[in-house]
Design a protein around this ligand. Structure first.
Ligand code: PAF
Length: 284
């Protein structure tokens, strides 16, 4: 059986109020649909922590940088609801655009610091769009916990900062990146890869892992990062947007491994932009 779909804020609020009267704690798993095993892992983690789990599905126009990318984003709502049913997720909240951005909507949530650089440098306005919609989803669902994947590591930082700064009473739970057997990070965008591109794609995490090992062994960061960037292109990627060493706790740029750190990268394979990251010292 599919998980029931709710489209209006009124129905969402009434259902959550009923759950609260029964004493249930509520988790939210925000998504843009096209659910894959990574999302399902977040749902399982959420079901392990709360009595009720809401998965949200909203392809948020404000976080896309091109109309073509927005139009091409996979939309598979019925299949998503079917995948969630057997897991036991309690609601798929798939609001119409007017429930999120009603006529006259004029507010934007902008998080400085952690949203700058990395993806923020290449996707102007993207994290404002993410912070705005996630703030709305937190306030609409009034969930106690929210689950996010570490694959979007900068997004995780932006969401944490936003919730803390706005005093939204929600615990943000980070879950490790889900990967294919060959290491490729699961992403809704992977379906766009041709067979040849799919064969190249896992090179990104392999190269990050090799660079992470060099850094952990004490090699100078600059050389390891430059060589890793060149290796990504040599492996068949068309270009590298960034490949950087950042502090684990606040994403500060690092020149050397003097505190817990993470390598983060974005690279293009044809029309598809892939991102990935690895904690230094953690096996992929
Ligand atoms: O990670 C995503 O799928 C989206 O950025 C999110 C968090 C659902 C906001 O639209």
């Amino acid at each position: 059986m599919s998980t029931p779909v709710v489209r209006t804020l009124a129905e969402l609020r009434a259902t959550v109020a009923g759950w609260r009267r029964e004493g249930a704690r509520v988790a939210v798993v925000p998504t843009m649909g096209a659910l894959h095993e990574g999302h399902l892992g977040l749902v399982r983690a959420a079901l392990g922590r709360t009595e009720k789990v809401i998965v949200t599905l909203f392809v948020n126009p404000r976080q896309f940088n091109s109309a073509a990318d927005l139009a091409a984003y996979p939309r598979t709502e019925a299949e998503d609801a079917r995948k969630l049913g057997p897991l036991g997720a309690h609601m798929l909240y798939a609001p119409d655009a007017a429930e999120i951005y009603p006529p006259g909507f004029a507010t934007s949530v902008s998080v400085s610091g952690v949203s700058e650089g990395l993806c923020g440098a290449f996707r102007p306005g993207h994290f404002d769009g993410v912070a705005t919609v996630v703030a709305k989803l937190f306030l609409q669902t009034r969930a106690d916990l929210a689950f996010f994947g570490e694959k979007d590591f900068q997004q995780l930082h932006v969401v944490r900062r936003m919730a803390r700064d706005l005093d939204i009473p929600i615990e943000i739970v980070a879950c490790p990146t889900a990967r294919e057997a060959d290491g490729l990070a699961l992403s809704s965008r992977n379906v766009r890869l041709s067979a040849a591109q799919r064969a190249v794609a896992p090179a990104l995490v392999r190269i990050l892992a090799a660079a992470a090992r060099r850094l952990a062994a004490g090699e100078p960061a600059r050389a390891a990062l430059d060589e890793a960037k060149a290796a990504v292109v040599a492996a068949g990627f068309d270009s590298v947007e960034y490949l950087e060493l950042r502090a684990e706790d606040d994403l500060a740029p690092l020149e050397s491994l003097d505190r817990p750190a993470r390598l983060l990268a974005a690279a293009w394979l044809g029309e598809t932009r892939l991102i990935d990251n690895l904690e230094i010292g953690a096996a992929p």
